[in-house]
Write a protein of this length. Structure first.
Length: 333
């Protein structure tokens, strides 16, 4: 009996690509496995970690959401260097609502996400017509200006910030709330980008002039994408305000702008899942290297350079390409 090698996914794609007809549980597992694995991993992982690494896991989820936010903007042609603006705005709005008005975190977090998204959108609305590095520079400058404004005017606690925020009821609620939001954002935004709305956003990134010639108001779509991305970033800031029970000028630190970009580039830009994967690699790596002091930056930088040079497409795209190239031996009649 002769045998030949065959790609596993070819028959499955023919049957399931359009009509979604499956012939065995193995085909179901092949298609659903890559989606079920991160869900199961995120639900089980907090149970296996100690208290310190559970806090690291919170940071991983937060930076993953910020990386998703950056990737969403990048797919619309808006390269942002100001994820710290989104994070800090949500943190301060949530802190102000809780510190001065005594509102519960279950109210301040969603309100801060929406209100922070609106404020960030209004701040960046005048520069939506800018392209490339010009838009990026504005997003970088605004959080730096806000830091100096708070320091000079001493509003909202000035350099000392606001402390004594109401914490969330339990650490398990903290862990699984951020996990739920991360999974909803990951799979929801991937579905959104495959819709007509997402196709317009990608078209704006590819050739905005052609989209405008089709009679579509690209600035309306860019505004909507900006609000969605900034609301997600504001949610992370509002959430961490109640985790740390503090909000101050450090929420506008450049770390919240640079690390999400690095996570998206290492994981694979343009996929959202790649941005999440990059955060799950870089944030724990940063904690592991913390013990070597100043050399941490050297090793961290070398790690980034190696991955960018060796895998310019990103880890996620590389794994995805290899996954669809799995082969098996089949009998030939």
């Amino acid at each position: 009996m002769k045998k030949r090698r065959e790609r596993i996914d070819r028959g499955i794609k023919v049957r399931a690509g359009d009509v979604f007809a499956l012939c065995s549980w193995r085909e179901v597992l092949y298609l659903a496995g890559p989606k079920l694995l991160p869900i199961i991993g995120c639900l089980i992982l907090p149970l296996l970690l100690n208290a310190y690494w559970q806090k690291v896991f919170l940071s991983v989820a937060v930076f993953a959401l910020l990386a998703i936010s950056w990737d969403l903007l990048a797919q619309t042609g808006m390269i942002s260097l100001g994820q710290a603006l989104f994070y800090g705005m949500g943190a301060y709005v949530s802190g102000i609502l809780n510190h001065y008005w005594g509102l519960h975190p279950f109210i301040t977090i969603p309100v801060a996400a929406i209100l922070g998204g609106i404020i960030c959108t209004l701040l960046l609305l005048p520069v939506l017509r800018l392209r490339g590095i010009y838009f990026s520079m504005v997003t970088l400058i605004i959080p730096l200006m806000l830091v100096r404004l708070i320091e000079a005017t001493r509003i909202f606690g000035g350099t000392e910030g606001l402390s004594g925020m109401t914490p969330l009821p339990s650490k398990w609620l903290e862990l699984y709330l951020i996990v739920l939001v991360l999974l909803c954002a990951l799979f929801g935004f991937r579905r959104m980008l495959s819709s007509d709305f997402g196709l317009v956003l990608k078209g704006i990134n590819d050739n905005d002039r052609s989209v405008m010639n089709a009679g579509i108001n690209i600035y309306l779509f860019k505004t909507q994408a900006l609000f969605i991305a900034s609301a997600i970033g504001a949610f992370t800031g509002a959430f961490m305000t109640h985790v740390y029970m503090f909000v101050g000028m450090p929420v506008f630190a450049l770390d919240y702008s640079i690390l999400p970009i690095a996570a998206a580039i290492v994981g694979g830009p343009g996929s959202l899942a790649g941005a999440t994967l990059g955060a799950f690699i870089l944030v724990p790596l940063s904690e592991i290297l913390r013990g070597i002091g100043g050399l941490r930056i050297v090793f961290y930088g070398l790690f980034l350079v190696v991955f960018i040079v060796a895998l310019p497409e990103g880890i996620f795209h590389y794994i995805q390409r290899k996954y669809h190239r799995f082969e098996r031996w089949v009998e030939v009649d």
